[in-house]
Design a protein around this ligand. Structure first.
Ligand SMILES: [Mg+2]
Length: 266
């Protein structure tokens, strides 16, 4: 009965880091699970809060790992943020505290991306900036202190690596700016339900036909709950089984890893 809920989904939203792979290593079963979805004509979209890479870079990464995907199978928090801001102010002038890839992505959405602190701008946009410099922190701080609205691609505090190691992510970088300026960002990306709504609309799929699969409670699973879709937590990344009983965020299903979803889809 429970298996049927999962088996009958028409669209799987799949987290990547900690769900499909850890760093550059595919998690066992990931490739077989995708093959199974393709064979059954079930849609899938890789959903990531990692705004340090563009959708195209993800395509290359997935291809290298042997996971079949096209640009339509990828949705990043950077893309979600660009769409969100475009709806509010098309062609806005912005300062991006983010990677070159994120800046390029915003330029593709026709934003005017400034490089120095000399211009009047509409928004400061912070991403997971793996190319962060003090100069960028300085420019962002001065803009924020002067009252420019603050948007951030994703609230993640850390970025998971293999063997329980992690790196500071967008949320941690934003906290530094927040402490310095007293300004809090509006976070886009998981767990905001807009991440799901945009895709459901684009693909014309009912929310009841969608499942969110991920390894992190406060982004992936919270997104499933916020969007009103089925949530599936995998223990192959950040979440430990011992955390589940005391967590306020309760996934609908819990599995050790994506490999356990394969027999369910039969
Ligand atoms: Mg993850």
């Amino acid at each position: 009965m429970n298996d049927e809920i999962i088996r009958n989904k028409k669209l799987f939203l799949l987290d990547m880091d900690g769900t499909i792979y850890l760093e550059d290593e595919l998690i066992d079963g990931a490739s077989e699970f995708i093959d199974k979805l393709i064979a059954k004509n079930i849609n899938y979209v890789f959903l990531t809060n990692n705004s340090s890479k563009s959708a195209r870079e993800y395509l290359v990464k997935l291809e290298k790992l042997g996971i079949p995907a096209t640009i339509d199978n990828i949705f990043t928090a950077g893309m979600a943020t660009a769409l969100y801001l475009r709806n509010i102010k098309e062609g806005a002038r912005i300062f991006v505290m983010g990677t070159q890839a994120l800046k390029n992505e915003f330029r593709e959405y026709a934003f005017d991306v400034v490089e120095t602190g000399d211009d009047d701008i509409d928004y400061v946009v912070a991403g997971y900036d793996t190319e962060l410099t003090y100069e960028k922190l300085k420019i962002a701080t001065l803009y924020l202190a002067s009252g420019v609205p603050f948007i951030a691609t994703n609230p993640d505090l850390v970025y998971p690596m293999s063997k329980t190691r992690f790196l500071p992510d967008c949320g941690s970088m934003c906290q530094m700016l927040e402490i310095a300026t007293g300004k809090k960002p509006k976070y886009i990306g998981k767990p905001r339900r807009e991440m799901v709504d945009v895709i459901a609309k684009r693909m014309n799929i009912e929310l009841s036909d969608i499942a969110m699969v991920g390894d992190r409670l406060y982004t992936d699973i919270a997104l499933g709950i916020n969007a009103g879709i089925t949530s599936i937590c995998l223990l192959s990344g950040e979440t430990r089984r011992e955390e589940l009983p005391t967590s306020e965020i309760k996934p609908d299903f819990v599995f050790e890893s994506i490999a356990e979803l394969i027999p369910i889809m039969n």
